[in-house]
Design a protein around this ligand. Structure first.
Ligand SMILES: [Ca+2]
Length: 482
């Protein structure tokens, strides 16, 4: 057994009441004790083979769209099983409230603004959209340098220009699409919204366009991922990055998944949950495949959503703001910097991590690259030029969490320090009043960001704003008008 890890001293937050995966209440102190079971990286180096990585990213799935986050109408038994065998994070943050920027942070370990990938990249049949830059240091590239086989399946959305494509960014194999979304059966991108008309086929194996018989996209990705895993052995470690296009529009699901939910359920909610159920079935098949291969104890499985559920009208079946996804209990949606936009579900199962734990302090997607690199190569120094940090010492209580976290989206800015969060130019969603231009919340007291404390805490607003301005300068962002 690993020795007990002492609790961090100093700026320790007060005990939080929360529930573990067995439904029993426990305190933060107990959770930290639970993390005494995390294997120290030095021990990993001596005793464990280099782990494989299965990284699963879903698209526009809210934290209220996963059963183990306390939403009983959702059917995700396999994600729930993953949580029971790993660590479920209740304050995991995407680095952006939208697809491309969020994925750029996963790939690079940096704030997206540093990578040049902002917001959602356009979808064009000219295959020349610039995304990740040539020479970018990426998670797959760093692992490939260390002898890993690397594959990306599913939605890329990090650029279709040759230098930005998966195989130029560290992946050996690619099966998927470059665009922001596809028709789930014909594998065609189609423009929705104010300027419809652009429709083109977008499915590729490496650099070659491939055509499939009509097949439900989530199941097609499951087929490819399972086939990839079936070829793996302990001879060479691998990274499989599996990015589902669900439950993003196009909102479609086969009958067998729809039939799991009552016909009386709201139409869009039912379709949304059916799409999630299809993803969950694939997750289950992959976990089973790892076990059959004898690879489950040597494979890190990580799951997160790229951003929160959306409110976009173009996702809905009735021409009204979409309501099929849920970010409850958080305020806001995709494209906004209230927590609902980027406070996402996330689960990590890893060798040495005690199963069935819940971590309730903030972590962020840009931490994945240094964390996985440390697992793969404990002797490697932290990569230069990144913003993320290895989370294992944080979980062991040896290192503090990030003192500050920052987000940008268009003219919105947000900063979090401890439980304080300031948003400048916060978003207005349909049916809500226009929020004040500076919105300060204490997330410990008000996790739904309902009450603006900016007028009561002017010094704090000024200090946090100064920090935000310094961060803008550091990552090369301009200061938007307010
Ligand atoms: Ca997304």
């Amino acid at each position: 057994m690993a020795p007990a890890i002492p609790l961090p001293t100093g700026n320790t937050p007060p005990p939080h009441t929360l529930k573990d995966n067995t439904g029993m209440s426990s305190s933060r102190r107990d959770i930290l004790r639970g993390f005494a079971g995390i294997t120290a990286s030095a021990a990993l180096a001596q005793t464990a083979p280099r782990p494989n990585f299965l990284v699963i990213v879903t698209d526009d799935q809210g934290i209220g769209d996963v059963g183990c986050y306390g939403h009983p109408e959702v059917r995700t038994p396999n994600l729930d099983r993953l949580a029971a065998s790993g660590v479920r994070f209740t304050q995991w943050f995407a680095n952006a409230p939208v697809c491309s920027a969020s994925r750029a942070a996963i790939m690079t370990g940096k704030y997206p603004d540093r990578t040049g990938v902002k917001g959602a990249l356009p979808s064009e049949p000219s295959w020349d959209v610039n995304g990740l830059r040539q020479g970018e240091q990426t998670l797959p590239g760093l692992l490939r340098d260390r002898g890993y086989g690397t594959a990306a399946f599913g939605k890329w959305h990090l650029g279709s220009a040759p230098a930005s494509r998966p195989r130029a960014q560290g992946f050996d194999d690619f099966f998927g699409w470059y665009s922001g979304w596809l028709d789930a059966y014909s594998h065609r991108y189609y423009q929705l919204g104010s300027a419809p008309g652009k429709i083109f086929h977008d499915l590729w194996r490496n650099e070659t366009e491939v055509f499939e018989e009509p097949a439900y996209m989530t199941e097609l990705l499951g087929r490819e991922a399972q086939s990839y895993l079936a070829k793996q052995s302990s001879a060479q470690p691998f990274l499989l990055y599996l990015a589902f296009g669900a439950p993003h529009y196009s909102m479609m699901a086969p009958k067998k998944y729809l039939d799991r939910f009552p016909a009386t359920m709201d139409r869009d909610r039912r379709t949304h949950l059916a799409m999630v159920a299809a993803v969950d079935d694939v997750v289950g098949a992959l976990l089973d495949q790892l076990r059959r291969q004898g690879l489950d104890s040597s494979t890190v499985v990580y799951y997160q959503a790229d951003n929160g559920a959306t409110r976009e009208v173009r996702a809905s079946s009735d021409g009204k703001p979409y309501h099929g996804g849920s970010n409850e209990p958080y305020r806001g949606y995709k494209l906004g910097l209230f927590d609902g936009g980027m406070h996402v579900p996330a689960i990590l199962r890893a060798p040495g991590l005690r199963p069935g734990q819940v971590w309730d302090r903030p972590l962020i997607s840009m931490d994945l690259l240094p964390t996985f690199l440390a697992m793969a190569d404990p002797a490697a120094p932290p990569p230069a030029g990144i913003d993320g940090q290895n989370i294992l010492p944080v979980l062991r209580g040896e290192k503090p969490e990030h003192e500050f976290l920052f987000w940008s989206h268009e003219n919105q800015r947000a900063i979090r320090q401890g439980d304080w969060k300031l948003i400048l130019n916060p978003p207005q969603f349909p049916g809500e009043e226009m929020p004040d231009k500076a919105w300060l919340s204490n997330l410990e007291d008000d996790r739904s960001e309902k009450k603006n404390l900016a007028n009561e805490q002017t010094d704090r607003v000024r200090e946090l704003t100064e920090r935000l301005r310094a961060w803008e300068r550091e990552v090369g962002l301009s200061t938007p008008p307010r």
